[in-house]
Design a protein around this ligand. Structure first.
Ligand code: 6GU
Length: 244
């Protein structure tokens, strides 16, 4: 997968050299290019913003540098443009799974009050454009949201996670964990400060362990995420689920 990121703060993306994403990049599974939006400005002050038409507070990102940046980065016909913004559609695990199947993603990180809306309009004539929000709170710009989405997407690429099973059992993962968070996890020692590991996990009965884990996931979801329980389709629950 190729990922291009356009931002006025390219240094924000230094963490993409680390850990699993860093290793995916060195191994060639992932090709990330970070671009400074100001390299597509032509004035002495490298201006990227201006006052909003219609008045109001703050500044808006000018369309010209964005237009040139996207022209230069899009390249092939298969690129998809993601514009992180609190006014976008919510980013969910299903979106991470869907975007992990793409070949080329371009993230355009806005700052200030946002990017002149004609940039998305113009790009949409050439490529799919998605405005996406990572949650109901306001960040100073799209950079940290892009880091979040890049991590959620790239960990799903084949070969990035060590254990192939681990992404399937994640909270929210399609294939059984939709609308569910993961339950509690334990490791050695079996007794720590007087707290015991639930004995069923030491039983060696894999069927019973799977059932117990699902029960725990349902209970934790009910406790922490009543909104997810309300959204659960009845047919997604088996008879044992309904007893929990
Ligand atoms: Cl994607 N961008 C900004 N600036 N704020 C956000 C966001 C994105 N998602 C939630 N808040």
């Amino acid at each position: 997968m190729r990922i291009d990121i356009i931002s006025i703060f390219p240094d924000y993306f230094a963490p993409l050299d680390l850990s699993l994403i860093g290793r995916a990049r060195t191994s060639g599974l992932l090709d990330v290019h970070v671009h400074d939006l100001r390299s597509w400005t032509h004035d002495r002050h490298n201006t990227v913003d201006d006052t909003p038409y219609g008045g109001g507070p703050g500044m808006v990102m000018k369309p010209e540098p964005w237009g040139e940046a996207l022209d230069s980065v899009i390249g092939d016909a298969s690129a998809r443009l993601i514009l992180p913004t609190p006014s976008g559609r919510p980013f969910r695990q299903a979106d991470a799974e869907r975007l992990a199947g793409e070949g080329h993603l371009v993230f355009g990180c806005g700052r200030y009050e946002g990017i002149d809306s004609r940039v998305a309009q113009d790009a949409a004539a050439r490529m799919p454009v998605e405005e996406i929000s990572i949650g109901d709170y306001v960040l100073n710009g799209g950079e940290s949201a892009t880091l979040v989405m890049v991590e959620a997407i790239t960990r799903l690429l084949p070969g990035v996670l060590g254990n192939k099973e681990s992404a399937v059992q994640d909270s929210f993962a399609s294939g059984g964990m939709e609308n569910l968070v993961e339950g509690p996890v334990y490791t050695k020692p079996a007794t720590w400060r007087g707290h015991e590991v639930p004995p069923i996990l030491l039983s060696g009965n894999h069927g019973a362990v799977d059932r117990w884990r699902r029960d725990q996931a349902l209970r934790k979801t009910a406790r922490n995420r009543p909104d997810l329980v309300a959204a659960m389709p009845e047919e997604g629950l088996d008879r044992r689920d309904r007893e929990v």
